[in-house]
Design a protein around this ligand. Structure first.
Ligand code: XIL
Length: 391
């Protein structure tokens, strides 16, 4: 059974790559480390025009991916394909607290700089992800380092402000968009009792975080970000209420020597970790109406971590599920295209070789293959789902 589905997938992928002309470019003779700038070359890793970035551009949306520089170290195609297919790069881990501030007051910008520099070299949009986040269901990830968690609440609150200020100032003028606070709510819309909440015991810490971010860099677009908030629900209702109050709250900042009052928030990030198996297709009209009510608050919206996991057996999905996955990617892209305030999509990884769904199989037991490219960077039906919507 497994061998059969693996064979079917392999033959479909081969057929697709032949159809799309997705074979190595015979012209591509320059070494992958010496990427021409511009234009991007698509020579070594099977990327052909049009790419997703090329298709997104005339639609006025950006299409990005989470990026980890370490993934590129022994795998030049990771970098090359990311640069070819996407026009926006987001720090996948580089600006998470355990990477950027592993000890209280000790900053390490190497990973975030690597992504920022790569984006700048290639004239890509650069986005910062998740300054304030403490996933209580994944404490073993230690996103909040233990020495920070152990601090007295008032000192931890000050560390939060200092950390936001330091990161925002470092990337001021370079980061277009920053998800300041991530996943503050549980599934029923109550504030998570996390290490940051614990500094105020209400949502004041969120306001303080946004205020610090705005003061440090008045030009970056500031987002609240959460998962499982795409549809109308108790959770998205609670987030809506928060975003509304953040939007209604202003802080005075200095822009070109002028003092101006700016709202604390610019955008709502819907993570978009979707399921694509049978009977798991999302309710698109529900998503559309939910996204629209946020847009009506006057904020931008974005799908910030889009991926679509499907049932797998030993990592292999069925042809039927890969096609359902294509449809979900297609519909989510359509939702963004139909929403004037949607700035675009960021994929949370672009190859099944390297994604958090692949990296944490225990968290997604029985699911995988969540991205639009195979392990060896071939375009899956999912890629076509995004491309078809953009065309
Ligand atoms: C994940 C990264 O992809 C992993 O590399 C890291 O080890 C843990 O975090 N929601 C989020 C993202 O907001 O920051 C998470 O990213 C995935 C879930």
């Amino acid at each position: 059974m497994l061998a059969r589905s693996a064979l079917v997938v392999a033959s479909v992928v081969t057929a697709l790559s032949i159809l799309s002309g997705c074979t190595a470019d015979p012209e591509g003779s320059s070494p992958v480390t010496a990427v021409a700038d511009p234009p991007e070359h698509h020579g070594q890793c099977g990327v052909t025009d049009p790419t997703l970035a090329q298709l997104a551009k005339p639609r006025g949306k950006t299409i990005g991916t989470a990026y980890r520089s370490t993934y590129a170290q022994n795998d030049p195609c990771y970098r090359e394909v990311a640069l070819a297919e996407f026009d926006s790069l987001t720090t996948e881990i580089g600006t998470m607290m355990n990477t950027v501030q592993p000890e209280p007051g000790v900053f390490d910008f190497r990973e975030a700089d690597a992504v920022a520099d790569l984006a700048a070299q290639h004239h890509k949009d650069f986005q910062i992800h998740s300054l304030i986040w403490d996933p209580l269901d994944q404490l073993q990830w230690e996103i909040v380092p233990s020495a920070i968690r152990a601090m007295a609440p008032d000192r931890r609150h000050q560390l939060m402000i200092d950390s936001i200020t330091t990161v925002m100032k470092r990337y001021a003028g370079r980061a277009s968009t920053v998800t300041v606070v991530n996943e503050a709510f549980d599934q029923v819309g109550h504030l998570q009792p996390n290490a940051w909440w614990d500094t105020t015991h209400n949502d004041e810490y969120i306001f303080d975080a946004f205020r610090a971010a705005r003061l440090a860099d008045p030009t970056a677009e500031l987002y609240y970000n959460d998962h499982s908030a795409e549809t109308n629900s108790d959770k998205s209702n609670a987030i809506y209420d928060l975003v509304k109050r953040l939007r209604d709250t202003t802080v005075e900042v200095d822009v070109n020597g002028q003092t101006v009052a700016r709202p604390l928030i610019d955008g709502m990030g819907f993570q978009g970790h979707m399921l694509g198996g049978a009977d798991q297709q999302p309710n698109i009209s529900d998503i559309e109406s939910n996204v629209q009510r946020f847009a009506a608050l006057g904020v931008d919206v974005r799908f910030t971590e889009l991926d679509v996991r499907v049932p797998v057996l030993n990592g292999v999905a069925t042809v039927a599920d890969l096609d359902r996955q294509r449809l979900v990617y297609n519909m989510m892209t359509q939702v963004c295209l139909n929403q004037p305030r949607c700035t675009g999509l960021t994929l949370w990884g672009f190859t099944d070789k390297r994604s958090w769904i692949t990296d944490y199989p225990d968290s997604f037991s029985g699911y995988g293959a969540a991205t639009p490219l195979t392990d060896d960077y071939r375009r899956k039906p999912a890629w076509k789902g995004i491309a078809d919507a953009l065309r």
